[in-house]
Design a protein around this ligand. Structure first.
Ligand code: ADP
Ligand code: MG
Length: 719
């Protein structure tokens, strides 16, 4: 009742009296839905701050888990200090000291009083660290203890500031919450403590006792107390495990229900791949399929023949040959008298895939059509009527184009090349006529397993683990100094002269005005720079997303047929571009890209008969960024890189899920809870497949799942 609150505020501008006034007639039936404003220790002002953090009700506060903990139980006293050991100490800042040791070497020191004994933290060449300290501050220093000049010392310690409240809290494990300006940690802890005391008892237990015993999960009330205010690390971990497990379990039950619903759908067309059909399809390929491709095809064929709609995800490293597998599946559909459609995420990719499909089908009689945005109205009308009449058997286009208003005659198979852009929530909805088509989703690059089980958890999974034979090696080098850059360019000029081609990839199209000083890595500026300097006299092209369709296509064509020797671009070349003669790649400001993205990019230059060379330009000395780029120098497996990227950057960055409203999980963190995810998935699918989820014991759990996911996952009919 926002209007009521508005009126009340209007009448009583004094926060407290509003709270009291509203309290009387705004209490909801379920105490957990009590607005934060009426929690102890919260008035209208703090309520607003809590809402900024997304916390609206008592329930929200209870389930807003600490993002970290301050564990004062590990703090050592002076008598426990041990030389050479990594330890955490606590003290009060008494002195700051910064000096220049030599022309380009500085020493900064912070002296702590640790209960009467002194300890020094020292930093070399980081003069700014001193700005973080004031005499009188309470801090924790962690690091390796050394005895220097009769005094304890830690070099480059990890610093944890202790607020006055942290310090007063004495010992134990203190929860750390996300905060917003105006809300102190002290206030937040107080609010949560009150909420735990007053509202945790109202949180209903969703998991039957039998189930909890079996899975070794504590009750929800204890878990909430233990996760916010644990007495020790074991208690904290047990508590967190219970809450995270339920979060993952609910999500996986949602996925399992979604899968179950699908098996109850009307039958999908049976698309048999007889020996004769198989032989006819294989003859079209100019190569023998790899073991990995054959294994994936076998799984797909089983689905297509089954009479149940296929929902399968095909994962493979870049260049493993997914397109051939997709073509095989589409031809099986066509052979059975059905239509097949291939949907690419961008127009450029649709055109690329079209070219591949054309080259394979050159001598076949399959009627096929490229449906793009640049057909004239008349052409489009004709195309749509051909598709609706069933005259066209195979359609290639972008997801946007095909989803809009295309009516199929008999759509038997949909291939979605989704480049990670669609998760389980946003998968294509299209008009398939009256029958249910089979669906094959392809990812452009491997996804870490735990992410796969969430984003694509309702799909069956096929993996191509090998590569076509003769795949060329790509040597990846991080290039940090100007001198090394010059050498890289020299190497590239030599290769260009011998007939090879190069991609130059930039993180941006245009110069960022805000971005002063740094070398300019905008595609347009790099193009000019290279034209006048490093690549003067070579034929250069420029392509980026802000160009119109024709200019983009013209630039790509010129590169493909060798008219241009090097193409300067943004990441539009990321996926699908196939120019076997291009063996060189330079990535400007490589640290700005994700690992998987860089891996994807370098996949462009191992397509022909020559080894590839990928130069990652980056001047950063940020240790994390350097470590990431080194991972690329070291490993060639996209699957390993996906896992590394995930560990380093988290799920949002890997999948680009940020733009899509984030992960559907509330408290679980897939970067640390991967093992728990596997357990939860197992249990969830067992509960659903055995039908136990429909028994009264599990009614609360199931209704929670439906409440959370029925809309997003389209679970209508699961109740
Ligand atoms: P992906 O989409 O998995 O990155 P593509 O389907 O684009 O890979 O295939 C990469 C390249 O490998 C293409 O040029 C394709 O013609 C070729 N290719 C695919 N399968 C084979 C195979 N079994 N043997 C030889 N070359 C293959
Ligand atoms: Mg491909």
């Amino acid at each position: 009742m926002p209007w009521l609150q508005y009126v009340a505020e209007f009448i009583f501008p004094d926060g407290i009296s509003i709270g009291v006034a509203l309290n009387h007639f705004m209490m909801p039936d379920d105490p957990l839905l009590t607005p934060v404003q009426y929690l102890k220790g919260v008035g209208p002002n703090r309520a607003e701050l809590l809402q900024k953090l997304g916390l609206r009700t008592a329930h929200d506060v209870l389930f807003n888990l600490p993002r970290d903990y301050l564990d004062l139980t590990v703090v050592k006293t002076v008598s426990q200090f041990e030389e050479g050991q990594s330890q955490t100490v606590r003290g009060t800042v008494v002195d700051l000291d910064g000096r220049e040791l030599s022309r380009n070497r500085t020493l900064s020191a912070v002296l702590l009083d640790c209960d009467g004994d002194y300890l020094r933290g020292v930093w070399f060449n980081q003069p700014w660290v001193l700005r973080k300290f004031q005499p009188g501050d309470m801090v924790l220093f962690s690091g390796k203890l050394k005895r220097g000049g009769g005094r304890w010392e830690i070099s480059h310690p990890t610093v944890t500031p202790l607020s006055a409240e942290d310090a007063e809290a004495g010992g134990g494990i203190l929860p750390i919450y996300r905060l917003t300006e105006g809300l102190t940690m002290h206030a937040m802890r107080h609010i949560v403590r009150q909420a735990v005391e007053n509202y945790a008892p109202f949180v209903a237990e969703d998991l039957p006792e039998k189930f909890r015993d079996y899975s070794k999960l504590i009750g929800i009330g204890d878990a909430l107390r233990g996760v916010h205010f644990p007495n020790d690390q074991t208690e904290r971990d047990t508590a967190r495990r219970r809450i995270v497990f339920e979060d993952l379990l609910e999500f996986q039950i949602g996925l399992a229900l979604k899968r179950r619903l699908r098996t109850r759908q009307p039958a999908a067309p049976r698309l048999p791949a007889t020996t004769k059909i198989d032989a006819r399809i294989r003859r079209l390929f100019p190569f023998a399929l790899t073991d990995g491709q054959n294994a994936a095809i076998a799984e797909i064929v089983r689905d297509l023949e089954s009479g149940n709609a296929m929902h399968r995800l095909l994962q493979a490293d870049v260049g493993a040959g997914k397109t051939a597998v997709a073509i095989y599946a589409m031809l099986v559909a066509v052979a059975a008298g059905q239509q097949a459609v291939f949907m690419a995420p961008t127009e450029l990719l649709a055109v690329q895939h079209w070219a591949t499909i054309e080259s394979i089908l050159a001598h076949s009689r399959v009627n096929r059509l490229l449906l793009t945005g640049n057909l004239t109205a008349a052409q489009r009308k004709q195309a749509l009527s051909d598709i609706a009449a069933g005259n066209v058997q195979l359609v290639v286009g972008t997801q946007a184009v095909i989803q809009k208003d295309v009516q199929f005659h008999r759509l038997g198979l949909v291939v979605i090349d989704e480049q990670h852009k669609f998760g389980v929530m946003q998968r294509a909805h299209f008009s398939a006529g009256t029958q249910i088509p089979h669906v094959l989703v392809m990812t452009a690059t491997p996804i870490p397993r735990s992410l796969c089980l969430t984003q694509f958890g309702d799909l069956d999974l096929s993996l191509i683990a090998d590569m076509p034979p003769g795949r060329r090696k790509v040597t990846t080098s991080r290039v940090s100094s100007p001198a090394a850059r010059q050498k890289a360019w020299e190497f590239i000029r030599k290769k260009l002269k011998s007939g090879r081609q190069a991609y130059v990839v930039c993180p941006r199209v245009q110069s960022d005005v805000e971005d002063s000083g740094e070398s300019d890595a905008a595609a347009e500026a790099v193009y000019e720079q290279l034209r006048q300097n490093e690549l003067r006299g070579f034929r250069l092209g420029l392509v980026h997303g802000q160009m119109d369709r024709e200019r983009k296509a013209a630039a790509m064509d010129a590169f493909r047929n060798g008219a241009t020797q090097a193409i300067i671009s943004t990441t539009v070349v990321e996926v699908g571009v196939d120019v076997p003669n291009a063996t060189l790649m330079v990535v400007y400001e490589a640290q700005q890209f994700g690992l998987s993205q860089l891996h994807q990019l370098r996949g462009r230059i191992a397509r022909g008969n020559f080894d590839g060379y990928c130069f990652l330009f980056s001047q950063t000395d940020n240790p994390d960024a350097v470590a990431r780029l080194q991972a690329l120098e070291r490993t060639a497996s996209g699957f390993d890189i996906a896992e590394a990227d995930f560990e380093l950057r988290g799920p949002g960055d890997v999948l680009g899920t940020r733009q899509h409203g984030g992960m559907p999980l509330r408290v679980a963190d897939l970067t640390v809870d991967g093992a728990l995810l596997n357990d939860a998935r197992d249990v969830a699918f067992k509960l659903v497949d055995s039908g136990r989820i429909d028994e009264p014991d599990y009614a609360p759990l199931k209704s929670h799942v439906l409440e959370r996911f029925s809309e997003q996952m389209d679970l209508v009919g699961s109740g």
